[in-house]
Ligand binder design. Structure first.
Ligand SMILES: [Zn+2]
Length: 202
């Protein structure tokens, strides 16, 4: 009887040890999820550095701001198909806008060639000539919406906020006649380049 009780006791201890191992494993899994998110952000910061070097621009300390801030791996609505850096920059900007109580969302992000072609043909009917149409909409082979490098933002209040603050993440209003159209055009934390009058001038 004594021997059996000892056996039961050992089994109990084994169960207890197995239980703590399971708990450790669960803790490891949650650490892994956090580490994966950090790797995504680190990967993006690694991706952005060669881009700055390739453009011959020096890297100010403020440029590190977007990747230093903590963002979750999920992006805001409308960023599907965008260039990953634009997706990250816009996601951070929209979250900051919302934190300040400013309404802001993407009204048009990435477009397929077919969608852009339909917009171009609509434009031709509306404006009459390719030259006039190009001030408002570009053909698919030239549109930065097709290449995933542009977002249109609304409402006006949100677009105005992004015009004033977007350079913190490298986002700039590109065309003087389109208050809603933004692209990554500068190093985060540095001034935006002057706007061009319209899309025909780029
Ligand atoms: Zn646009």
């Amino acid at each position: 009887m004594v021997g059996r009780r000892r056996t039961n006791g050992q089994a109990g201890r084994r169960r207890s040890v197995a239980g703590s191992k399971r708990r450790v494993k669960i803790a490891d899994m949650s650490l892994t999820r956090g580490a994966r998110r950090n790797r995504i952000l680190f990967g993006l910061s690694v991706a952005v550095l060669p881009a700055f070097v390739a453009t011959g621009l020096s890297m100010p300390s403020a440029a590190a701001a977007p990747v230093d801030q903590s963002v979750s791996a999920s992006s805001v609505i409308g960023t599907e198909g965008l260039d990953p850096l634009l997706e990250l920059a816009y996601t951070m900007a929209e979250r900051e806008a919302h934190a300040q109580g400013v309404p802001m969302s993407i009204t048009s992000g990435h477009r397929s060639r077919e969608e852009q072609q339909a917009l171009w043909e609509d434009g031709l009917r509306t404006y009459g000539s390719p030259d006039e149409t190009r001030k408002w909409v570009l053909p698919p082979e030239e549109s930065t919406h097709v290449s995933g490098r542009a977002v249109d933002v609304g409402p006006l209040e949100g677009a105005a906020w992004l015009t004033a603050n977007g350079n913190r993440w490298g986002l700039c209003q590109t065309f003087n006649n389109e208050y809603w159209h933004f692209e990554l055009q500068t190093l985060p934390g540095t001034p935006c380049p002057p706007q061009v009058p319209d899309a025909a001038h780029r």
